[in-house]
Ligand binder design. Sequence first.
Ligand code: NAP
Length: 228
Amino acid sequence: MTGASRGIGAAVARRLAASGARVALLARGKETLRALAQQIGGGAVGLACDVRDTDTLTRALDQLPALIGGPPEIVVNNAGAFFITPVQDTSIEAFSATLEVNLTAPFAVVRALLPSMRLAGTGHIVNIGSIADRATFLGNGAYAASKYGLRALHEVLRAELRGSGIRASLVSPGPVDTDLWNPIDPDRQPGFTPRAQMLDPDAVADAVLFVVCARPDLNVDELRVSRS
Ligand SMILES: NC(=O)c1ccc[n+]([C@@H]2O[C@H](COP(=O)([O-])OP(=O)(O)OC[C@H]3O[C@@H](n4cnc5c(N)ncnc54)[C@H](OP(=O)(O)O)[C@@H]3O)[C@@H](O)[C@H]2O)c1
């Protein structure tokens, strides 16, 4: 579970653990992960790592089977970076960093874990997309590029995994009330969804649980969720 330290990732981790999964939590803050793992219980472990550092990420993932007792049954690519800036004002560094977190890291995670999952002939890869993987919004150049790209990667992966026993799902939420919005302060910005009208992270966790708990012969290819 990447991006497990807060927001949607922490909610999904709690939900999976409550359903009996042993959860490996990946994000940058070692202490936050340690505290969360303790709170979640059920043998949850923390793996502190910056997903932009793909060498360290791959090494951390190599330890995973030993830590959780085998290849992962559910992989959730959730870590995400977001900002709103018009294309002409976006630095190349900020653009690249967004792609590294939102697109290259999920690719690196899948690349590292898929061989053992293929050997096991089972498992489920869940990619957390966004409303912005199909819709465009002003100032969303880097984020949309990364999320449209993630959807493309997911669709190719889904095709490559058909019949392998490994499922792949894209869960794409509309606005969710998490810290991701703090720098933007949507309640004070015209044209943004007020926080009170956003999805609750626990609702997204329910959506993830829904796709992973589907009967084994059913693959939810893409699930788009928004506030009712
Ligand atoms: N909130 C929304 O409205 C919304 C809507 C649709 C889709 N999403 C997607 O949902 C996912 C989770 O978003 P959220 O709203 O829960 O965001 P959030 O509250 O800002 O949490 C982001 C998570 O990603 C981790 N992360 C970010 N950069 C990282 C890095 N370089 N290395 C390792 N971990 C990193 C953070 O951990 P540390 O900072 O502790 O490392 C944190 O756990 C993202 O993919 C986002 O694009 C969000």
